[in-house]
Design a protein. Sequence first.
Length: 165
Amino acid sequence: MCPPDGGVIQNATLSEKGNFGIALYKITDLKAGKEEADPIIWPGDIVRVTEGDPVYVTGSVVSPRELVIRDKLTLKLAIAMAGGPSRMAKTNEVHILRQKEGGQEDLKINYDAIKKGKEPDVELKPFDIIEVGEAGLFSGKGMTDLFKGIVRGSAGVVTQRGIIY
């Protein structure tokens, strides 16, 4: 594999495109016996093995974070791994921003229906961004929170929501 002293390796490439660069190979393809997934590694090559592709959970969850897709990751599991939705989360409309050629696709998902078993759970794809929005002050959750604060005499909760008297 190595050239003799002073020799030069010709036509050595790292990618299928015929130029030096980055080539990605999946371990699952290698395990499946696919010959194209078993590259020759040359002296000086850098091999990086990642745990999996990332998914990002943001917005109104207890602990926004990056998660790693190992085998299969669903929306319900990803939100649970982020600590679950916060109290004021708008769970009837969760957005999944999915990368696709030419931009992003915005998928609107009813998380409440998934939890109740009325809709199937959504399998996440690499680099998905899950955005859990927050319910407004005058939504059902917001008004309930407001009245609970007033009944308890908790002015801190009331002023947090923007009502000053």
